[in-house]
Write a protein that binds this ligand. Sequence first.
Ligand code: 3PG
Ligand code: MG
Length: 404
Amino acid sequence: MMSFNTIDDLDPGQRVLVRLDLNSPVEDGTVQDNRRFERHAETVRELAERGDRVVCMAHQGRPGDDDFVSLRQHADILAEHVGRDVGFVPDTYGPEAIEAIEALDAGEILLLENVRMCEDELPEASPETKADTEFVQTLAPAFDAYVNDAYSAAHRKHASIVGFPLALPAYAGRVMESEYEANTAIAERDFDGQVTMVVGGTKASDVISVMEALDEKVDQFLLGGIAGELFLRAAGYPVGEDVEGMDLFDEQWERNADTIRSVLDERGDAITLASDLAYEDAEGERAEIDVEAIEEKTQGFLDVGSETVETYAPIIHESEAVFVKGALGLFEDERFSVGTVGVLEAIAETDCFSVVGGGDTSRAIEMYGLDEADFSHVSIAGGAYIRALTGESLPAVDVLEDAA
Ligand code: 3PG
Ligand code: MG
């Protein structure tokens, strides 16, 4: 149940400070367009069309990392999606920023510089401590309201996320609203039928915490990816281990083996593992092998096999709700997209409630021509999605609720 105020509760025509999450891949210094721009553009456009003065703040990377860059390019990409000009000022709360904010007319949009360039933004601290920073105390008086749309950064106790709601009337943006509702559904909603979760990806610890937290909520887990291979290893198959120069499995196995074994032991009836796996043969083609036929792991496996997809698809078809966390294979390479795409297609064919999230998984949707409209929700969040699935609260949501 949503218990925060939204844009619907905010009178139009005001000076609004909006926190977006435009954190994006940066390749050779060039910011890559992605679903985050498209989603946040809807909130920004709505506010501008209502006649608000819209000032956006966002982050990119972390100090010391290659992708810690200015938001200048982000302003142009955002403008394309909004369909209106987005001004940029290379300052967060200094005189240059305040002057640009004061010069705005109704319906105009401005993006401030990367908030992580401002010392008060990071380290994590309590909302009270963050509200007390010079950053928040200087910027807040230039506004009538604060809107947080940055659901995918909602797990961070940073000034732009937890500080402003104590200094200004605070509201959730459209992305915050829709992500919150869809991603907490598995923990909070009662589905009248089978709930299935597809779990893959590269991080075993994430997968395990989701499986443990959702023990009672999920009827069927369908496994794949690196995590799926580790489960196969726990089940006694000679896979899920590093071969020649690999560094994917053994360390994660050491850390998680006991938990994987106990999850498999206690919930084995609710867990379906891959029955075949795909690899690259000597000719560079996709080849498949039944897990029972593997005597020794001699090469890497890059996808689940076609027989596994044929087992997973009918389970999905029977489901009332399907949640996806992580890819089943290296879908970026078309040869190894069969598992991930097969599962997404099965979900698209049904009219079950469906949520796709977890890092990059959702990119498979546009890469392989699937229609986003065939899914109930496609999340743009990574860490916040995991926390929502495990029922953990999100600091950004907590402060919005307290402010309501
Ligand atoms: C993300 O991209 O996952 C969010 O924007 C959070 O970024 P962070 O992990 O650097 O805090
Ligand atoms: Mg995502």
